[in-house]
Design a protein around this ligand. Structure first.
Ligand code: SAH
Ligand code: SF4
Ligand code: F3S
Length: 443
């Protein structure tokens, strides 16, 4: 048992990683560690890494390097690294050889072993590199320390079997495994009892939920059940795959009370050829039909997406198709990325890799087009009143609060006591591309 010791966790990457960090915190607190926001005060520093694009990796190495000094000043400090990047051989080798001050490397599949490994390090003062190549058995239930009192993530599945040709996730997160619905529902009930009003269901492809389980049950069925839980106000989910997002799910969302009207549907490209090469399993036309279906059943909505530019072989014509689909779909927002080669993925071996400056130009053009659309879509909300869950102080101005609309828009308004964690009505006065500014009209 470690007593009077502090931990510091730095998280990179997506919501799955954020949630894993809550589980890491949960395990550490069970061991007797307390959380600190000050690196200098930590007895244990843990980096939860991401490897989705090269720059995610560069950031991690920069950070690891900067920790050398702390280790020199405090040799008892334990430095641990986990997360997706540790499921890849090269970075682990690099850490083994070049970053001797790192005490622990742990993979994504054996995360539940963390306390055991830390105990070993504390007792024997040795370095441990422990990564399982594959997942073993069911998703372990781990304690979790939540950052928020009223919002929570709930894992419904892990891994991914989609093998999009550019993506490293299936290799570092393992096969798709769904958590049994009883476990999910039990966890949500417990969260609601603890005061949670908004949950976000997590999985790399939530729309294929339960397809690996024996039961005749699917994602829409889960949503229907969760929608009936008293006390819960909002249900979100991440991430959807356009190929598996069906009309049943859309209708369920339309008829439900708590499911938020926000659809994040990564399109990746507007070119059918690129989509085929990416192994996405839908065409531009099919994607646009899906958007039409959503607009038909859930007229007041927001739709956001992810887009990659510069996939190997992407011609200017392919890129024009992406711009075209962006103009047609009129996304509320898009996360835009330059293709990044991930070794071990099929796309990394493809001919026709695109020059960096071409990627830069395409990304800039895409952002220009999308930002204008985001602005226009947000301007439509000026004068309207939105339901907002107040999350806390805004990042840029302590005199203001921030929250999210059901459509996941970031809303900023003057602060007032007693609002955090409450659902309020905010009248929007001024819209920007990424943010809406308003005032609370009803609490
Ligand atoms: N499972 C989610 C995506 C997780 S990764 C889904 O399929 O929607 C988040 C985003 O990162 C992806 O949607 C994609 O746009 C981007 N991405 C993934 N691999 C990438 C790569 N090699 N280069 C650039 N962007 C990538
Ligand atoms: Fe990666 Fe595709 Fe799986 Fe998303 S669905 S995690 S992009 S392989
Ligand atoms: Fe990154 Fe792993 Fe998420 S690679 S995006 S942290 S699943």
């Amino acid at each position: 048992m470690s007593v009077d010791k502090n931990y510091y966790i730095k998280t990179y990457g997506c919501q799955m990683n954020e949630h894993d960090s809550e589980k890491i915190a949960g395990m550490l607190e069970e061991m007797g560690y307390s959380s600190t926001d000050e690196l200098e005060e930590a007895d244990l520093i843990f980096l939860n890494t991401c490897t989705i694009r090269e720059n995610a990796e560069l950031k991690v190495f920069g950070k690891v390097g900067s920790l050398k000094r702390l280790k020199r000043e405090n040799p008892d400090l334990i430095i641990g690294i986990g997360g997706c990047m540790m499921q890849v051989e090269e970075p682990v080798e690099k850490i083994k050889e070049k970053f001797q001050h790192v005490d622990l490397v742990i993979g994504t599949h054996n995360l539940h072993k963390l306390p055991e490994l830390i105990n070993e390090i504390e007792e024997n003062d040795e370095r441990i590199i422990s990564v399982w190549e594959q997942e073993k058995g069911l998703i372990p239930d781990l304690p979790s320390v939540r950052k928020s009192d009223f919002q929570a993530w709930v894992t419904i599945m892990q891994g991914c079997d989609n093998y999009c040709s550019y993506c490293i996730v299936p290799y570092v997160r393992g096969h798709e495994r769904s958590r049994p619905k009883d476990k999910v529902i039990k966890e949500v009930k417990k969260l609601v009892k603890d005061g949670v009003v908004e949950i976000t269901l997590l999985g790399q492809n939530v729309n294929s939920y339960a397809q690996d389980l024996e039961e005749d049950y699917d994602f829409a069925d889960l949503l229907t059940e969760l929608d009936q839980l008293d006390g819960l106000k909002r249900i979100r989910y991440m991430t959807s795959h356009p190929r598996d997002f069906n009309e049943k799910t859309i209708k369920t969302i339309a008829e439900s009370e708590k499911l938020c009207e926000h659809f994040h549907l990564p399109i990746q490209s507007g070119s059918d050829e690129m989509l085929y090469e990416m192994n996405r399993g839908y065409t531009k036309e099919e994607y646009l039909k899906l958007i039409d279906l959503i607009n038909k059943h859930v007229p007041y909505n927001s739709i956001t997406t992810d887009i990659i530019v510069g996939f190997p072989g992407e011609t200017d014509k392919d890129f024009q198709e992406t711009l075209d689909v962006v103009r047609k779909a009129r996304f509320d927002m898009a996360f835009t990325f330059k293709y990044s080669k991930r070794s071990g993925t099929p796309a990394a071996k493809k001919e026709g890799q695109i020059e960096e400056d071409v990627k830069d130009k395409r990304l800039q053009k895409l952002m220009d087009v999308q930002n204008k659309i985001s602005m226009e879509e947000n301007e439509k909300l000026e004068g309207k009143t939105l339901e907002v869950l107040v999350e806390g102080e805004s990042k840029t101005n302590p005199e203001t609060f921030m929250g999210r609309s059901r459509t996941n828009k970031l809303v900023i308004f003057p602060r007032k006591p007693g609002l955090i964690g409450k659902v309020v009505k905010v009248k929007i006065n001024n819209a920007k591309s990424w943010t809406l500014y308003g005032e609370v009209v009803k609490t």
